[in-house]
Design a binder for this molecule. Structure first.
Ligand code: SF4
Ligand code: SF4
Length: 138
């Protein structure tokens, strides 16, 4: 057995909100699942950031299983930056961010970026109308 681990960003379609997905990863694929963040609400799209550890082949099979349920699976990898001085605080980057790394400061009404919360999913990059969010990889 070749053990490996990976961190993934998952986006769940509405239809999967009540499916025992994590249970299946543990029971059927023998993986250790560490949920780093999750936002799952009844009958809504959801997102989660998870760490999976286990046999390399089983991990691959588990990712195929997730995708068979139309769950979007992306590796956690991008190092995100924002050109703060150009930001117009429109808020378009807040909704796509699964971890609240982009958030509205209710005192100043400015959109702030908490890099420590960022998990590098990249969803904010196309959301910004000014294209001032980017990663070192692009
Ligand atoms: S990459 Fe963007 S959307 Fe993803 S967690 Fe970081 S700030 Fe949020
Ligand atoms: S979408 Fe771009 S301009 Fe708008 S608040 Fe976010 S970083 Fe600033």
């Amino acid at each position: 057995m070749k053990e490996t681990s990976t961190r993934l960003v998952l986006h769940f379609p509405k239809e999967t909100w009540d499916k025992p997905v994590i249970y299946k990863l543990v029971k059927d694929y023998d993986l250790i699942v560490n949920i780093l963040r999750a936002e799952i609400l009844p009958r809504m799209e959801g997102s989660a950031v998870i760490e999976l550890r286990g046999d390399r082949k089983k991990l691959g099979d588990a990712i195929r299983f997730l995708r068979s349920l139309k769950i979007k699976v992306k590796p956690l990898e991008l190092d995100i930056f924002r050109e703060d001085e150009k930001c117009v605080h429109c808020g378009a980057c807040i909704a796509p961010c699964p971890t609240n790394a982009f958030y509205l400061d209710k005192k100043t009404f400015r959109v702030e970026f908490d890099k420590d919360k960022c998990v590098g999913c990249g969803h904010c990059i196309p959301a910004c109308p000014l294209r001032i969010i980017y990663s070192a990889e692009f």
